[in-house]
Design a protein around this ligand. Structure first.
Ligand SMILES: NC(=O)c1ccc[n+]([C@@H]2O[C@H](COP(=O)([O-])OP(=O)(O)OC[C@H]3O[C@@H](n4cnc5c(N)ncnc54)[C@H](O)[C@@H]3O)[C@@H](O)[C@H]2O)c1
Length: 247
């Protein structure tokens, strides 16, 4: 069991990639803080994961775009488990549009949740991690933060910014034995990519060297590696999980 006795907060773990990460961590013995934007969605995922893995887990509703909400998330986690070993910043949204057409609100919302949300959660958790002198922070960025994408100026800017946050925090936090890394998934089958037409998904898959979209557990298994003791000399890195879409 690679995460026995460890407590992990995973934002956006009510579904998709975040939920798969929660499942893999639960199967490795972690205690979990499972979050969604509503308490109902967090509760449903928590009940399902406890039933499946017989683990300890609590549901918390959070809006990562608000610092007070992230502070409340950290407080609820510390009240229940008395420490936080791992933070996975996974929550994210898309509001796509071409530069000429995108609305200011669509820019602001994506930056507030995807980029400021990562900063807010790191800021909220860092005090307790600094005090305990250890911790793992894993940020979920995207291949489009590395190479850009037509129609995703807000999303790609937010994901590129997450890579910069990752490297800055890795440097700032290293002396406290807090390791900060990122995963850049390619196109993974979730509700986020379900919005795309089947035709678009086939075109995308044909351009990927491994000729398929990724699955949520492809990302979750990489996440396990970057938060467990097997990666204790790795910090400030971006691990691509993209089927070779960008090398
Ligand atoms: N699916 C992909 O192809 C893909 C590719 C690269 C990166 N990613 C990234 O992976 C992460 C998860 O994506 P997914 O496909 O599982 O998405 P998803 O839409 O299935 O899940 C997103 C999660 O984020 C949560 N969330 C949304 N707004 C929030 C807010 N304001 N505060 C807190 N939580 C909020 C939702 O409740 C949900 O749990 C995102 O950061 C996404 O950008 C996804």
């Amino acid at each position: 069991m690679k995460l026995q006795g460890k407590t992990a907060i995973i934002t956006g773990s009510s579904r998709g990639i975040g939920k798969a990460i929660a499942e893999v961590f639960a199967s490795e013995g972690a205690q979990l803080v499972i979050t969604g934007t509503s308490i109902k969605s967090a509760q449903e995922a928590t009940s399902e994961i406890i039933a499946k893995y017989n683990c300890e887990a609590i549901p918390v509703a959070v809006d990562v775009s608000k610092l007070e909400s992230c502070e409340a998330l950290v407080k609820a986690s510390l009240d229940n488990f008395s420490k936080i070993d791992i933070l996975v910043n996974n929550a994210g949204i898309t509001k796509d549009g071409l530069v000429l057409k995108i609305k200011e609100t669509e820019w602001d919302e994506v930056i507030a949740i995807n980029l400021k949300g990562v900063f807010n959660c790191i800021k909220a958790v860092s005090k307790s991690m600094f005090k305990q002198k250890h911790g793992r922070i894993l940020n979920i960025t995207s291949v489009v933060g590395q190479i850009g994408n037509v129609g995703q100026v807000n999303y790609s800017a937010s994901k590129g910014g997450i890579i910069a946050i990752t490297k800055t925090c890795a440097k700032e936090f290293a002396s406290r034995n807090i390791l900060v890394n990122a995963i850049a998934p390619g196109f993974i089958r979730t509700s986020m990519t379900d919005k795309l037409s089947e035709e678009r998904k086939l075109i995308m898959a044909s351009a990927i060297p491994l000729k398929r979209l990724g699955e949520v557990f492809d990302v979750a298994k990489a996440a396990l590696f970057l938060v467990c003791d097997d990666s204790s000399y790795i910090t400030g890195q971006v691990l691509s999980v993209n089927g070779g879409a960008y090398m």
